[in-house]
Design a protein around this ligand. Structure first.
Ligand code: HEC
Ligand code: HEC
Length: 306
């Protein structure tokens, strides 16, 4: 049973006990006053002589209240609505949920059958598939990549045609099910570069050079010094021309599109601490067909509109 099951059970039991206790205490107070003809007043006086009787709740009303509590307890014995626990009615909220889900899955299976094993570029040409794909995206991917797939700091924009890995259909179909920088997933790690660069000055120079690569205005002297460091330390992954290596997930540094920001602080932070953005594998979460449909939707976003 989950935490929420216990939470609901506790809430129900406490409410029942509390209402019984409240009823019992108030009806006990009736004491010797237990007659409708009692003349005790609350002590409030209005307009000089208007007073208010303090009469106990009528017996029939209290008994009715007790009856509703008994009804609630009996109901819970028949229909416990506590996860897997089946009551006398042989019903549990879990089994009802499972049965309804099985029915829905059966329907989806028919809908999904036509997408099984198809390439995502083929699926992307199917308008019905794209609608389903966009719903799957909203439910599973938008938390990280944004509802319009435009991403955010550390979460790549999937709609702009710029890819860390290449945007080839097979690449997307590898990334989505298996994730990035998780066990079993594809790896794309930049280890901390500071030890290789040495001094704070060298880190600054290299970062400035990276800025210059995408045409940002920089101090030329710093950039020239950084260029030499870049060729020795960074080119192995980002390429001599800075255009990146999709195979390693090493991004193009010349396109003025930044996953982690273009400011000197952002770039230096990455060089000192390294970067290894993680995307959890989606296959265990949504299954093969839904992952394929989401991948097809993402692929369609980056294609030129016809
Ligand atoms: C081992 C390969 C490797 C080396 C060496 C390497 N990088 Fe990276 N770099 C990566 C990868 C992979 C990423 C993407 C990490 C991610 O997405 O989480 C990255 C990301 C970056 C980013 C972030 C880009 C953005 O869009 O925000 C910058 C800037 C960067 N590297 C600069 C450098 C510089 C400068 C050096 C040399 C000092 C360097 N890298 C060396 C692999 C490498
Ligand atoms: C928990 C956050 C998270 C979720 C959920 C998530 N992603 Fe990602 N995704 C990331 C991160 C972070 C990266 C970049 C990893 C890196 O830095 O190397 C990424 C990378 C990608 C890439 C590669 C982009 C490129 O430029 O090559 C694709 C494609 C992608 N995600 C698609 C999806 C789809 C489709 C879904 C939903 C089925 C999804 N993601 C769900 C965080 C997430």
């Amino acid at each position: 049973m989950t935490f929420w099951s216990y939470y609901v059970i506790a809430l129900t039991v406490i409410t029942l006990i509390a209402s019984t206790w409240l009823l019992w205490v108030t009806s006990k107070k009736r004491g010797n006053n237990d007659t409708q003809s009692s003349t005790e007043t609350t002590g409030h006086v209005w307009d000089g002589d208007l007073t208010e009787y303090n009469k106990p709740l009528p017996r029939w009303w209290i008994n009715l209240f007790y009856l509703t509590i008994v009804f609630a307890i009996a109901y819970l014995i028949w229909y416990p609505s506590a996860d897997k626990v089946e009551g006398k009615g042989n019903w549990s909220s879990r089994s009802q949920h499972d049965a309804e889900k099985a029915k829905a899955d059966e329907k989806l299976k028919v809908l999904y059958a036509r997408f099984d094993g198809k390439g995502i570029d083929a699926i992307a040409a199917d308008p019905v598939a794209l609608v389903t794909g966009s719903q799957i995206f909203s439910n599973n991917c938008a938390v990280c990549h944004g509802s319009n797939a435009a991403g955010g700091k550390g979460f790549p924009n999937l709609s702009d045609g710029i890819w860390k890995f290449s945007g080839e259909p097979e690449e997307i179909l590898t990334t989505v099910p298996h994730g990035v920088n998780v066990p079993e997933g594809r790896q794309s790690v930049m280890p901390p570069m500071a030890p290789l660069l040495g001094s704070e000055q060298a880190i600054t120079e290299t970062a400035v050079y990276v800025q210059s690569l995408s045409g940002l205005k920089v101090d030329e002297a710093l950039a020239t010094a950084g260029g030499k460091l870049y060729a020795g330390v960074c080119a192995a992954c980002h390429g001599a021309d800075g255009k990146g290596m999709p195979l390693l997930g090493a991004p193009n540094l010349t396109d003025n599109d930044w996953l982690y920001g273009s400011s000197l602080e952002d770039i230096k932070y990455g060089l000192v601490n390294g970067r290894n953005g993680q995307m959890p594998a989606q296959l265990p979460l949504i299954g093969e067909t839904e992952a394929r449909l989401a991948a097809a939707y993402v692929y369609s976003l980056s294609q030129p509109k016809k």
